[in-house]
Design a binder for this molecule. Structure first.
Ligand SMILES: NC(=O)c1ccc[n+]([C@@H]2O[C@H](COP(=O)([O-])OP(=O)(O)OC[C@H]3O[C@@H](n4cnc5c(N)ncnc54)[C@H](OP(=O)(O)O)[C@@H]3O)[C@@H](O)[C@H]2O)c1
Length: 256
């Protein structure tokens, strides 16, 4: 695997939220393997994040609290990253939340759930960028700093775990565009937009449902977490003239 490099020869610093989730863990592993010092951001899974940071390839990894709905906590995170590393080169906004509610069940989407999904999936990534912007602007990454927002094809298809989840990911993609413009040229901003990924959570669901999702995907299967992580790496390392756009990793699901 070709490594990520900085102009100063130091390891690139990558902050990943939702680091212990099905996708976050693989993104941390892939970025560490590509030479990054990874900050594994967690909300409630402190022990799992510490274990992950200790297992990653290379050196300089940390697990730090990163509750994306708590702006005071994010200010402390930025202070800690500044003290430890002096800069941030890559931010991956992977933390996200949802719950299955049938789209026709409007009463099933109560205000508390709506607020939680929007605060976590939309306000959270924005708050992370706001908190880390000064450190991202100090990036020495070859090609410049990058924010990757982990979105979903639900943003485009309006098919997903619930109506507000789909809307939250559409809002996140819109945020990617606004911030791509607003933060250029110092910071690129890209959405990586997975279809259904075969994480442990998805594996635990009804086999018939999973098979149906695979059948409805032109490439005939679900995504693997590694494929999402490699798309993140490609957006950071290879797509250096790309900003403010959405990169689908969905096996062609919206075509069917
Ligand atoms: N899995 C899929 O099929 C799929 C498909 C498309 C898009 N996505 C998106 O990919 C991202 C990761 O999904 P996943 O499957 O890895 O999810 P997951 O396994 O359920 O993990 C969710 C992660 O988000 C973190 N989190 C939740 N609320 C948070 C908050 N307020 N502050 C900080 N962290 C918070 C959790 O941290 P703690 O455990 O520390 O609380 C957990 O690590 C999400 O944005 C999701 O919408 C997933």
């Amino acid at each position: 695997m070709r490594s990520l490099t900085t102009t100063t020869g130091e390891r690139p610093v990558a902050v990943v939220t939702g680091a212990t989730g099905g996708l976050g863990e693989q993104i941390c592993r892939t970025l560490a393997h590509a030479g990054c010092a990874v900050v594994a951001g967690y909300r409630s899974s402190a022990d799992a994040a510490q274990t992950l940071a200790a297992q990653l390839d290379g050196e300089g990894h940390r697990a730090l609290p990163a509750s994306v709905t708590d702006s005071a906590a994010l200010a402390r995170l930025a202070d800690d990253v500044a003290t430890l590393y002096g800069r941030c080169d890559i931010l991956v906004n992977c933390a996200g939340t949802t719950r299955f509610v049938a789209h026709a069940d409007l009463d099933g989407m109560d205000d508390a759930l709506i607020d939680d999904v929007l605060a976590t999936n939309v306000r959270g990534p924005f708050a992370m960028v706001r908190a880390l912007r000064p450190l991202l602007e100090k990036s020495t990454l070859a090609g410049g700093a990058v924010v990757v927002n982990i979105s979903s094809i639900a943003a485009q298809t309006a098919m997903g775990s619930n109506v507000i989840y789909c809307a939250s990911k559409a809002a996140l993609d819109n945020l990617t565009k606004s911030l791509g413009r607003a933060l250029a040229p110092a910071i690129r901003v890209v959405s990586v937009s997975p279809g259904l990924v075969d994480t442990e959570f998805v594996k635990s669901m009804d086999d018939a449902w999973r098979d149906e999702q695979a059948t409805r995907t032109p490439l005939g299967r679900l995504a693997q977490p590694e494929e999402i992580a490699l798309a993140v790496l490609a957006a950071v390392r290879d797509l250096r003239f790309t900003t403010g756009c959405v990169l689908p990793v969905d096996g062609g699901r919206p075509l069917q």
